[in-house]
Structures are given as C-alpha cells and as structure tokens.
Design a protein around this ligand. Structure first.
Ligand code: GAR
Length: 224
C-alpha cells in the first residue's frame, strides 16, 4: 500500500543526542563513509546504529563492518512477495530504533509499511536536481537531455519516486568532456558535492529537529 503523509504539517523534535541513524545502501557507500566520518565528532550530534542493504558483497557493507557498525541484508529475491521484503526491512530497521533513516545510494523503492513506520524521518540523496531526472539513472538522463548544469538533491522520502520535500540542493556544471565517458566523471563530481550536502543536512535535522509544511522542510521552532 502506498504511503501518503498523514498531515500537511508534521513536527519532528530534535531527538536525544546523539541521534540514532540507520543508513541503507546498495553500492560503494561513499556517502555512508562521509556520514561515518562526520559521526566520529561528538559535536555532529548523530551516531550510525546500523547499516542495511538489499544485496551482499558491496563495499558499503565493508565500510560499515570496518567501522564496527552492525549490518543486515534483506534481498528482495529471498521473499515470495515484495510486501514480505518490506515487512522484514521495516522490522529489522525498527529494531535499531532509529531517529532518522538515510537512504544513501539505496536502489530499491521502499514499501508502504516502511514509509508509515518512519514517516517524515527518511532522508534520501539523489544525483540530479529534482524534480528533473528522478529514478535510477539521474546522471545519465541529465546528460542525455543536454543540460548545462545538474547536481544533487537531499530530500525527505514520500510515496513517489524522488518526489518528497526538498531539504537541500547542490549544483554541478556539465562540460563537453562529460559526454565522452557516459557520465562517470560527472557522477564523481556530483558525489563530492553530495557527500557534503548530505552530511550537513542530516546533521542539521539530527541536532535541531525539523518541521514539514507541505513541500517545505523548515527548522523546528517553538510555537509554530
Ligand atoms: C549517489 O550518487 C546517490 O545519489 C545515488 O547513488 C550514488 C551512491 O553513491 N543514488 C541514486 O541514484 C538513487 N536513485 P555511494 O554508494 O558512493 O554513496
């Protein structure tokens, strides 16, 4: 069942410090690594309590293990129905009692059960300037369209694909040379902006809480 926000205005108070983060990954995990590094500073105000994945054998899981962070894997193909995968992912994630869930290169659409359980507290990072070029090929699609600038978007997850309220965006220029290698170098430049953007956004929400007003994510201030 699809998730839809339960109210046009939702407040999320700052959790006790350090905020508990669960990070979901599917690949190399350089965004995860940036979060691991940031969390080493107590002033950052967050700690990664677990890293989940939808596949084995990825560098993201190795990065977590090296940092001593518990990991878990739920593969869609191991479940007869997608809803059962969603229930397993929801249950294991919930067992770590996260204040915020970060999808950092997690290449699966989250299910309705997961969305309801962590409503308004799931942060995704996407390698394009949303609402342009959502989906699994944000870099390639932007390049194919011929844009001169692209970038990255950190946003809250809702029931659509990369459609949730935007928290932060970063801009990266596209050069003629980017068309030669299919976007690999462009994606690397985007990721170097993206890591800083994600670390800043997650830290801010962890330390200060946040408020969702329709499509806007605002700092949580008293008496709103
Ligand atoms: C990031 O660029 C992230 O935005 C992208 O995967 C990369 C993961 O890099 N996610 C998507 O495309 C989701 N639609 P990383 O594994 O090195 O952090």
């Amino acid at each position: 069942m699809a998730y839809a926000p339960t109210a046009p205005h939702l407040d999320f108070a700052a959790p006790p410090s350090p905020a508990r983060l669960v990070v979901l990954v599917s690949g190399s995990g350089t965004n995860l690594q940036a979060l691991i590094d940031a969390c080493a500073d107590p002033a950052y105000g967050a700690t990664i309590v677990a890293v989940g994945a939808d596949r084995d054998g990825i560098a993201g899981l190795e990065r977590a293990a090296k940092a001593g962070i518990p990991t878990y894997v739920h593969r869609v193909k191991d479940f007869p129905e997608r809803t059962e995968w969603d229930a397993a992912l929801t249950g294991t994630t919930a067992a770590y009692a996260p204040d915020l869930v970060v999808t950092a290169g997690f290449m699966k659409i989250l299910g309705g059960g997961f969305m309801r359980r962590f409503e308004g507290r799931i942060i995704n990072t996407h390698p394009a300037l949303l609402p342009s070029f959502p989906g699994a090929h944000g870099v390639r699609d932007a390049l194919a369209y011929g844009v001169k600038v692209t970038g990255c978007t950190v946003h809250l997850v809702d029931d659509g694909v990369d459609t949730g309220p935007i928290i932060a965006q970063g801009v990266v220029e596209v050069t003629d040379a980017d068309h030669e290698d299919g976007g690999d170098a462009l994606h690397e430049r985007i990721k170097s902006v993206e890591r800083t953007l994600l670390v800043d956004a997650v830290g801010r929400l962890a330390r200060e809480g946040h408020s969702v007003h329709g499509r806007r994510v605002l700092p949580l201030t008293p008496h709103q």
